[in-house]
Design a protein around this ligand. Sequence first.
Ligand code: ATP
Ligand code: MG
Length: 295
Amino acid sequence: MSSPASPFVVTDGRHFRLHRMDPRGSSHLSLSKEEAAAQLPDAVARLAALQEKLYAHSRWGVLLIFQAMDAAGKDSVIKHVLSGVNPQGCQVAAFKVPSSEELNHDFLWRTTARLPERGRIGVFNRSYYEEVLVARVHPELLDNQKLPAELVTAQIWKERFEDIAAFERHLARSGFVIRKFFLNVSKEEQRQRFLKRLEEPAKRWKFSLGDVRERERWDDYMRAYEDMIRHTSSPDAPWIVVPADRKWFAHHVVAAAVIEALEQLDLKLPTMRAPQRRDLERAKGELERQAPKRS
Ligand code: ATP
Ligand code: MG
């Protein structure tokens, strides 16, 4: 049976076209909002159980990357899908405008420092992909990056795609499972969410004038996202182009993709050899003998 995420998974981006992906995911809807809401707790529980095995096994690690336009729902997906996971097994890092210390290093430095350990699920809320997204839409940002001028050529984006792909291949070969989510929200849905942020006092803090300025560059961003997906999708580190106009559907697709990635590892709880089992039996007997005497 194919997973609910499969129609949105890109493992080979060579022919990928973003305009073919519907932000509402309508033609793939096999369930209603109510059904999806009813299934989510089960998915969250499965994820928690899988994460426990991942932790007990402590060989594999998982990296989940989230990229999106503003108000596409990154925070909400992370909150809902990972809500059941033991906080000790999950490491979330959000990447904002780089600090001057970060700009003193290569562009993979700050994210490398926040990679998950084996046995953990690491979540990147934005990532090194900003280096081929916001930096591509605003190439003036390259001036802050302190690169030697002769290295900033017309090839820079292609070189970054190559470096990112090589880095992800290295991670995969080191035992880290990568899934990258682009929350594909439509321009109209973003407009409505911005308006809601302005209209509802409880949501107003989320609104930023900068977000409206970036919205003006929508088409440039979509071109950058498309090119990024075309060049950095691979079987080991696929992009999942999540229809994000309906949050409940986005949660459903992301949860399914993460569960599938963990299930593929076929993790078993550690098994014990006979001498270890005998030691544990002995410890159990000892603890039982220490029970307080009933008078
Ligand atoms: P939210 O708005 O929901 O709080 P957010 O992820 O949009 O979450 P912000 O603080 O609003 O967080 O925005 C972070 C900003 O940092 C984004 O505009 C993003 O493009 C920018 N940013 C992230 N990484 C880089 C980078 N490497 N170079 C330049 N800008 C970056
Ligand atoms: Mg923002």
